[in-house]
Write a protein of this length. Structure first.
Lengths: 426, 426
């Protein structure tokens, strides 16, 4: 395991030395010119002029869809789905492997050290993420379209995947995904929930993304909203990661809060797909929910950049609440880091002794940081993710000076998969 | 004057060679292995794998305020203004010079080749912009706060500035700014308009940025909205550049359209300051207005990145119209380039023979462009401005391979001004 000594780095406005060993922040001390005995033999990295930030935690994405971005732009949803489905019908392991690798490369270049994935062929996605060094939660996705035989087949496949893939963890975990209330039958939702609780697995689910979803659910389930319906089935709890949660009643917010659900906002996807409404960040947090941030998949939001998602989230919250003081920067930062880590059950998301060493190194030598304002304002509102020059994930450098070791190979692998896609379109 | 031959660059999906001389796109021809006779002696730049885009035109900013970004974040407007005014009371020429240079550096690094500035000490701002090679429209800003003696003083200062600064143009022009209907008296608005028309100067004005501005204007001027009021004074015409135009009635839209006013949208500022409402892009364009894009000053929107402004504009238009097909990419691109050039009266904003040579060179070798979708979707929705590797403004390289010649000197000059600011705060 790597041993790294980050010398003279800025952390919360103070100059510190950070010693990382066994994947953990072992010591964080005021900067001194001496290297402590404990750090002898460690790689010493001079970080003068650089600032430390926790790695981002992207709490909702469909990683391999990175290879589908830009398909059907400026189109209505039904035309767009035709394009996506034509490709998804041909998904195979190499596509998932290279799609996830391209996604992981993009996440690394934009400061993300952990992500929560909902897609297919999860062991392959996990392999891709592990090879480049990102913490990941991958899932078996249930989507039976109310077909009992599909449900049976998916249960068997899930059990097989869960049991046969060796050594999940410590930075790669297995979860179950319930795609949504409009694509998964009630018996299957119940089975998945029971299976998850029995095995201590997180449950990842799309909830209340569109108004139609809510209207249809109320019609189908005796007036219950998606939140009420899932709660009536015993699904909701602190082990649930709920993507979107946009179209919520006051009662929905109360339920999500009291069940301590992890609610993931995906601002760019919501705006670009015109999902309507806006995320009730303050109300959900006040009710007791754990609010997190995600990017969604690249086919809808078009990139995996959490820093961009932070800025858009902040300014849209201010605009929609008619209050320039809405969603202060420190709360926003928690959404993108510590809250996500908490949802994953990870001991990370903070730069503190004893936490897992997930850390961005920021270069502030640009116009974006030339300001009398605080670092965090410049980082979120002015800068772009190319200010993130190096990234440590689980105690190891996954990017140094903007270079990711496998970058060339990943771009070429992704490009080869895109060539194959062209044949599908024909 | 530089002579440049861009070899094998992608333009609208075709491989071409672009010959630039005397600041103009002299010839654009299908790529050939031969270098034409006309280009002999020119600097030959191999652009294989790179894509050409017109330079961005930032149609509304307060450039020197770049040094004030990050002041008073997450605060309400009145607290924020206290901070800004404390600094503005101490403005001097060095602050404007270095503030504008820092702004110009940031614009260059984000692909902008021309900008429309509304601030103080305009000849100094113009000098800063010219030294780094950006086209600029700078103005004398009128803001008398209804004080007749201030109005007289400003008229004299404007005339002196206009007459004594030598050789405005061809890529640097002088304009007049009417700050707003709530800060400039009617006699002064009339005088400025007459002066502008007599001398062929553009008129730059903030219009209908907030609901309060509209409500107060209707109270003060017999029920007239800011648009109606300015129109009743004969101000509005195709030589007017109107920033914001957010709070508009149907009648306002009709007037702005029939007068062919240039309406500048500043999405990030509008969202972050919670100005409310949203820009009626389609309606204004359909009525006949020329819709453009700007960033506003860095004290409100926090950077000068037009590519970021394009993405936010697009996704917010889609969201607010509940239509993922709203504001197609080609219309958006025109807002950020050709429409702005038209508003400036510049023969630029397009990569066509005979146009001024303002051009971005894009490197597509990254995950952001690894997609089956069109280049423009990847550029706007996925990539960041660091994909703009080189920039030609007025036929000259102002950035090559992300390097701007005066970058180090500008950052140091800006930093020295920030040190002086600290003393002001004390």
């Amino acid at each position: 395991m790597d041993r790294i000594f980050l010398k003279n780095i800025t952390l919360d406005g103070r100059q510190v030395d950070i010693f990382i060993s066994d994947g953990i922040f072992t010591s964080i001390t005021p900067h001194s010119c001496e290297t402590p005995l404990a750090a002898e033999g460690a790689e010493i990295v001079d970080c003068s002029g650089k600032t430390a930030m926790p790695g981002f935690v992207n709490m909702h994405t469909h990683a391999a869809m990175t290879l589908m971005r830009g398909i059907g732009e400026d189109m209505c949803l039904s035309d767009w789905l035709d394009h996506i489905w034509a490709i998804e019908a041909h998904l195979d392991e190499p596509f998932i492997y290279w799609g996830t690798k391209v996604a992981a490369l993009e996440m690394i270049k934009t400061g993300t050290t952990a992500f929560n994935d909902m897609y297919w062929f999860s062991p392959i996605a996990r392999k891709a993420a592990e090879e480049v060094g990102l913490r990941n939660l991958v899932s078996f996705t249930f989507l039976d379209n109310f077909d009992p035989s599909a449900a049976e087949h998916q249960k068997e496949s899930c059990i097989a995947m869960h049991e046969t893939v060796p050594s999940w963890g410590p930075r790669s975990s297995f979860a179950v995904s319930i795609h949504s209330v409009y694509t998964v039958s009630e018996p299957l939702i119940l089975w998945v929930t029971e299976y998850a609780r029995k095995h201590g697995l997180k449950i990842h689910v799309h909830i209340a993304e569109t108004e139609k979803e809510v209207v249809d659910c109320r019609k189908a389930h005796g007036g219950l909203s998606p939140v009420e319906y899932l709660d009536s089935l015993g699904v909701l709890g602190p082990d649930v990661i709920a993507a979107h949660t946009l179209w919520l009643s006051d009662k929905d917010i109360e339920i999500l809060g009291s069940r301590k659900v992890n609610c993931v906002h995906n601002i760019n996807s919501n705006l670009k797909l015109a999902s309507g409404n806006f995320f009730k960040a303050d109300e959900l947090a006040a009710a007791g929910a754990n609010i997190c941030l995600g990017t969604d998949g690249c086919a809808s939001s078009n990139n995996l950049d959490m820093l961009e998602a932070m800025k858009t989230t902040a300014i849209v919250q201010k605009a929609m609440r008619h209050d320039p003081a809405a969603l202060p920067l420190h709360d926003l930062l928690k959404m993108a880091t510590a809250n996500g880590a908490k949802a994953l059950g990870a001991n990370s998301g903070k730069i503190e002794e004893g936490y897992e060493a997930d850390l961005q190194i920021i270069d502030t030598d640009s116009t974006f940081f030339l300001s009398p304002g605080p670092f965090l304002a410049n980082f979120v509102y002015s800068a772009h993710s190319d200010c993130i020059v190096s990234l440590i994930s689980g105690g190891r450098f996954v990017m140094r000076d903007r270079k990711v070791p496998a970058e060339r190979e990943i771009l070429e692998g992704g490009r080869a998969e895109l060539e194959l896609l062209k044949n599908i379109d024909k």
